[in-house]
Design a protein around this ligand. Structure first.
Ligand code: GAP
Length: 465
């Protein structure tokens, strides 16, 4: 089973310390969310899993961390200043303002009228000013990046030469992006500040680009599976030509069933785009347009690549898998959500997170908190496990309550220290999903847990096409 709707996750996330509405003490800030003690661990685990999978386990990808604020010219030549727009229309009757592409049946969502102004573009890059400048000094204008990708393109040559890379190879980056979304909402699905995990895979202009898009779609389906997301809740959307971004020749979106209760349950989880050679050539000083004029008179570099075997110089093409951290976290939480009934008929929530992603791997619970020997032994076990896995000590309730709390936050193992433990140097290990218990010697505990926490094996990647 998965969560019946996003609201179920919103309430669990707040109740248990995953995600809080931001700025609550001042009445909140629409569409901004703060990650709590468990949410930050879950996000970090998703990002680490992604990084390990692409940067460590493969041999053809390096990671970088570029600035959030880049030279404004990056956004001029990437096309974002001219085209990163939402189209807005106003209702003449109620004066409401909406995104034109979200209007159904030409009716105003507020008052039902169909009397609209002309659609006009609204650039969704968030602006800021650099330095101690006057309000009207337009030269100080800068943007918070709307995608992490441009930081990768402008570093293409730096990475290629310092890491001595030959095509095909990729550059990965994870970090915050910002968009002044007109209609943010649905919890962490659409916010103005969010995190992306993007990878630009550089290939020859004569590579089989469409096959490479399919290859990365398959790779990501595999990775989402390793995070515990069911294939049944994913759907592939071939973006029609007329909806493609200005740089794309082909894009496939991987959609997740964020709205199982709706007739149209799918929303984008990530996209895989063939970005052609658009970005590397647009940032290059040597590229000429059809009339022989430089397309970029401001650039001081040429981001072309010399291919030794063919002795040719060209701008590599790019296959870009671009995923959102927050949308992945939401999909993971929705898929992990399950309910079960106790013998007494009470409903219990179990968050069946992949152990690799669980914020806490083991909770050490003393059966009697007023017995110093038991408490001392439990705390010593917590300290001994901590170097190998994330463990917590908890004595703030009866054992039933403590188990229920750990189930609800997805802790795979509860370790109970009881009177018997003082005699036999063994503890009870309870499994989150089956509630089965087994007795394990304290000296064997760390190894036992590590074995059971073994990550879901992702098969080695097939040879690049
Ligand atoms: N570099 C290409 C690019 O940025 P995108 O489809 O606009 O492509 C990639 O964004 C991913 O970033 C999306 O699939 C989504 O997961 C995430 N994303 C985009 N806008 C978002 C927003 N406002 N809130 C949360 N996540 C967002």
């Amino acid at each position: 089973m998965a969560a019946p709707n996003i609201d179920t996750i919103v309430s669990l996330a707040k109740r248990r310390g995953f995600v809080f509405p931001s700025s609550e003490v001042y009445g909140g800030l629409g569409s901004a969310w703060d990650y709590g003690p468990l949410g930050v661990e879950l996000c970090n685990n998703v990002k680490q899993s992604w990084w390990r999978w692409l940067v460590y386990e493969r041999d053809d990808i390096d990671g970088i961390d570029s600035s959030i604020i880049l030279n404004r010219l990056v956004w001029k030549y990437s096309g974002h200043e001219a085209t990163f727009n939402d189209w807005l229309i106003d209702c003449r009757k109620c004066k409401g303002r909406f995104r034109a592409d979200k209007i159904v049946d030409n009716k105003c969502p507020s008052c039902g009228a169909s009397d609209w102004t002309e659609a006009r573009p609204f650039n969704t890059m968030l602006q800021t000013k650099l330095g101690a400048v006057a309000d009207d000094d337009s030269t100080a204008l800068a943007y918070l990046r709307p995608e992490t990708a441009q930081g990768i393109f402008i570093n293409f040559l730096n990475v290629q030469t310092t890491m001595r890379r030959k095509l095909p190879f990729g550059i990965a980056q994870v970090g915050k992006s910002f968009r002044n979304e007109v209609t943010p909402g649905n919890f962490i699905l659409r916010t103005r500040e969010f995190e992306q995990m993007e990878m630009e895979y550089f290939v020859s202009p004569s590579a089989e680009h469409s096959k490479l898009v399919d290859y990365w779609v398959e790779q990501y389906l595999e990775w989402f599976g390793s995070l515990g997301i069911s294939r049944d809740n994913l759907y592939l959307y071939e973006v029609p030509k007329e909806e493609l971004a200005h740089y794309s020749n082909r894009t496939v979106d991987i959609m997740y069933k964020y709205f199982p209760e709706r007739e149209k349950p799918w929303e984008e989880l990530m996209g895989i785009a063939w970005r052609t050679d658009f970005d590397l050539s647009t940032h290059s000083k040597n590229r000429l347009d059809e009339e022989g004029k430089r397309i970029n008179p401001d650039s001081t570099e040429d981001l072309s690549y010399f291919d030794e075997p063919t002795k040719q110089r060209f701008y590599p093409h790019v296959i870009e898998p671009a995923a959102g951290v927050n949308r992945t976290v939401l999909a993971v939480l929705m898929d992990a959500y399950s309910e079960t009934k106790t013998d007494k008929g009470e409903t219990r929530v179990i968050l069946k997170l992949s152990p690799r992603l669980a914020p806490i791997k083991a909770a050490i619970l003393p059966l009697a908190k007023n017995k110093p020997e038991i408490v001392g032994m439990a705390k010593a076990i917590k300290r001994s496990l901590q170097p190998v896995l994330r463990a917590v000590y908890d004595d703030t309730g009866g054992i039933g309550k403590l188990y229920a709390r750990q189930d609800e936050i997805g802790t795979p193992f509860c370790i109970t220290v009881d009177h018997q433990s003082l005699e036999d140097e063994a503890v009870t290990v309870r499994d989150r999903d089956t509630w089965e218990q087994e007795r394990i010697k304290v000296t064997e505990l760390a190894e036992h847990l590590q074995k059971r926490l073994k990550p879901y094996p992702i098969p080695p990647p097939p040879e690049p096409i």
